[in-house]
Structure formats: structure tokens, C-alpha cells
Design a protein around this ligand. Structure first.
Ligand code: PBG
Ligand code: ZN
Length: 325
């Protein structure tokens, strides 16, 4: 009498495939894109293999290439040359949205990140109050609303506020609906933690808080990793205010919350596998200590298992190979 029991269904690839519960599909992945006004040629982003700050021209070429790689959903970050505190000019990024949609139309789904950190002189995600030591919530929301309107008017399929100001979801939804832009999807970075894993992104978006500012970091607006209750409050609030899709960010360190929240709140959940997480995997593979495709596949599966409908990842453009390897 053999003790073989649970291993019976692991013995060959046929039976493993038949019993698999979780799948990752290419059409659930969203590829971030960076486009910068001040550069003359594309610039590689340290740590993020294959990711560049694009020029307006290279952006179109990159998206064409991504479509060939099976990627059709994008999250665009615009980095304008001019920076200002108020009455920010959103026309550079709006122009990129317009040209992407003019070229690719409905072949792509284009979400546009809505935040101030690539546009303010100090690199914070909102408007600095006169005292200089905190962000003015309502002044920030007023700027964010203008950005969302500009991107939506330009043809963005989705706007994604990542600033973490209070009330911005309701304000943006109300403004879009009032402007006849009711079809624009609102994807909220609802559960976004104050994380050390955003390093490569801040190079790509030129959005690190500048030293010398009285407000040193983003702890006064992003969530404290040691306070999961705040994640629930944010998720419930943003869902109630009309967010269509909710994001957990970063991914792996907050998988517990993705699991619990996605079971409880019946909106589609996205997870953002952020730049530092992605770079860490790439570094491990580059050291020869992990198989790159298998490593990324394992993490993508973890996100799906934990309840994510969609995954924002810098590796989307490689995923067809990774998922079939
Ligand atoms: C802020 C923003 C951040 C990311 C996207 N938008 C975080 C931050 O700079 O605090 C991080 C994304 C990543 O690391 O991949 N608006
Ligand atoms: Zn920001």
C-alpha cells in the first residue's frame, strides 16, 4: 500500500494544467510608459530593463512594438519641461494622449496617471501650502481635476489619480461627468503606501521630492505600512466616491491587503508591481540566481491568486515570452 496521495496530481504537466486554478493572461497586464518633454533622445531608466523615458516620437514607436508583443493596455506618465506650483500646464501630457489615440485609436486602452509630482518645483504630489511644511489638500485637488479633464478631453480611456489627496475621486468624477466625459474610467490608487520601493520610478518620472524642501518625504499623504486599517478606510471611501477600479501599491509586501480587500469590496482590483520590486527581480535574475521568466511568472501568479484582476507591471512587454516559457 503506497502512501502516494496529493503528489498524484503533480506527476505530469497534463494533470498539473488540468488542476490549475489561477491563470495570468496577457490582456490583464498594463504597461507603464514614460514620456518626457526635455529630452532629445530616449533615456534608459536604471533598474528597469527595457523601460525608457521616451520622446514624443519614440513613444509611438514603443507602443507599436508593444502591440506586436501582445500588450494593448498602458499607463502613461508625462514629464513636462516646465514646473509650477499652481495653474499647472497639462498640455504636454495631454498632447501625448492625443497623438497616441490619433495613431492607435481603439487598438490601445490608455490610462493616464494624474498627479502633480512631475510638475511641481519641489516634486511633491500636491500644492505646497504657504507655510511650506504641508500640502494644501483642496488646492491640490483643484489642480488634479484640471489634469484629469485635460487627459480625458484628449482621449484617455482612463484617468488614474496617484496623489493621495482626500476627496479627489469625487471631485474628478464630478468634473468628468459635468463635462460630458462620463465614459472615462476612473482607476484610483486607493491603497498606496509610503514605500521605499519607488526609487527607479522617481528617476523615470523626475518626481523625487527635492531636498531642501521643509516637507521631506511623502509620509503625510501616502499610507503608513504599519496601519492596515487606513487601507480599508481609503478603499471604502474611494469605492463610495465612484472609483471604478481600485489599486493596491506596491504589490508583494501588501499581498495580505490585496487578498482581504478584493474579497470584501466588489470592485475590480489592480495591483501595481512597482519599480523597486521589479528591479529587485531583475537584479536577482541578472546575478544568475533565478530563472528570469520563471521568477516573473511566479510573482504574476501570486497577484492573481491574491485577487487582482489586472497587474500594472514594467514587464508586460516581455510577458508573452515569460508566460509561455
Ligand atoms: C506618485 C507615484 C509613485 C509611483 C507612481 N506614481 C510613487 C511615488 O513617487 O511616491 C510609483 C510607481 C513605481 O515605483 O513603479 N505619484
Ligand atoms: Zn505624485
Amino acid at each position: 500500500m503506497s502512501s502516494l496521495d496529493l503528489r498524484r496530481l503533480r506527476q505530469d504537466e497534463h494533470v498539473r494544467a488540468l488542476t490549475r486554478e489561477v491563470h495570468v493572461q496577457l490582456d490583464q497586464l498594463i504597461q507603464p510608459l514614460f514620456v518626457a518633454e526635455a529630452i532629445a533622445a530616449p533615456q534608459a531608466v536604471p533598474g528597469l530593463t527595457g523601460v525608457q523615458q521616451e520622446t514624443s516620437e519614440s513613444l509611438l514607436r514603443q507602443v507599436e512594438q508593444d502591440l506586436e508583443a501582445g500588450v494593448s493596455k498602458f499607463l502613461l506618465f508625462g514629464v513636462p519641461q516646465a514646473r509650477s506650483e499652481r495653474q499647472i500646464d497639462w498640455s504636454f501630457t495631454a498632447g501625448q494622449v492625443r497623438s497616441l489615440k490619433a495613431r492607435f485609436g481603439r487598438d490601445i486602452w490608455l490610462a493616464t496617471d494624474v498627479c502633480l509630482c512631475s510638475s511641481t518645483p519641489h516634486g511633491h504630489c500636491g500644492v505646497l501650502a504657504a507655510e511650506g511644511d504641508h500640502l494644501d489638500n483642496d488646492a491640490s485637488v483643484a489642480e488634479l481635476v484640471q489634469a484629469a479633464l485635460a487627459y480625458s478631453h484628449a482621449g484617455a480611456d482612463c484617468v488614474a489619480p496617484s496623489d493621495m489627496m482626500d476627496g479627489r475621486v469625487a471631485a474628478i468624477r464630478g468634473a468628468l461627468d459635468g463635462a460630458g466625459l462620463a465614459r472615462t474610467v476612473l482607476m484610483s490608487y486607493a491603497v498606496k503606501f509610503h514605500s521605499t520601493l519607488y526609487g527607479p520610478f522617481r528617476v523615470a518620472a523626475d518626481s523625487a521630492p527635492k531636498s531642501g524642501s521643509m516637507l521631506k518625504d511623502r509620509a503625510s499623504y501616502q499610507l503608513d505600512p504599519a496601519r492596515p486599517n487606513d487601507a480599508w478606510l481609503c478603499a471604502e471611501r474611494d469605492a463610495a466616491q465612484g472609483a471604478d477600479i481600485l489599486i493596491v501599491k506596491p504589490g508583494l509586501p501588501y499581498l495580505d491587503l490585496l487578498r482581504e480587500l478584493s474579497r470584501e469590496i466588489r470592485k475590480p482590483w489592480a495591483v501595481y508591481h512597482v519599480s523597486g520590486e521589479f528591479a529587485a527581480l531583475e537584479a536577482l535574475a541578472a546575478m544568475g540566481l533565478a530563472n528570469r521568466a520563471a521568477l516573473h511568472r511566479e510573482i504574476l501568479i501570486a497577484f492573481r491568486r491574491a485577487g487582482a484582476s489586472m497587474i500594472i507591471t514594467y514587464g508586460a512587454r516581455y510577458a508573452r515570452d515569460w508566460l509561455s516559457a
